[in-house]
Design a protein around this ligand. Sequence first.
Ligand SMILES: CC(C)(COP(=O)(O)OP(=O)(O)OC[C@H]1O[C@@H](n2cnc3c(N)ncnc32)[C@H](O)[C@@H]1OP(=O)(O)O)[C@@H](O)C(=O)NCCC(=O)NCCS
Length: 173
Amino acid sequence: VLANLLRDARELGAVVTKGDRSLRALGTALLQDSFTILALERTRAAGRRLHLIGINRVIRLTETALFGIEIGKGVRLGEGIYFVHTVGTVIGGDAVIGDRVVFMGNNTVGTARGDGYPVIEDDVVLGAGARVLGPIRVGAGSVVGANAVVLRDVPPRSLAVGIPAEVRPLARQ
Ligand SMILES: CC(C)(COP(=O)(O)OP(=O)(O)OC[C@H]1O[C@@H](n2cnc3c(N)ncnc32)[C@H](O)[C@@H]1OP(=O)(O)O)[C@@H](O)C(=O)NCCC(=O)NCCS
């Protein structure tokens, strides 16, 4: 768990400071709500591996009470995920979230018709209110615009905007 948290802090520091991997950036990461959430999630996963009764539910409820976020127990979280705003975000089922993914807030990553959950690859940015639904893949480095509803695969380094989301190549860095 500790090694995992160190990697979380390093990656989160890099996201928050836009690429700085110094000790100072690591310190910045430790002060983020995101780091607290990741620490709770790593503890929750370890508790479940050790079959500690009740820990899964207690930590899930704690996260929701403190941060207004709900993360399913089958979700796989990469390193250094950045919840810019935590409130209103729900990640469900067995969704997979890559490293350094940014959640702007009030996001849903879940199922569309009970037929599976998304994979969000590394370095994706989900704009405020964006929903990603179904057994789809959002490719690395893509940006999902605010309030978009993504129902189909998004290739890497794309921009997905609108309802249902339309995909175009990402123009900017
Ligand atoms: C998508 C976004 C990142 C802009 O990306 P960009 O690569 O700079 O794209 P552009 O601004 O050049 O817009 C490209 C096109 O998408 C459209 N677009 C941009 N954001 C959109 C959105 N959220 N919903 C619908 N269309 C959108 C633009 O109107 C433009 O359309 P056009 O080509 O027909 O004129 C930005 O608009 C956005 O939604 N950011 C989320 C920020 C956020 O959540 N902030 C909350 C902070 S708490």
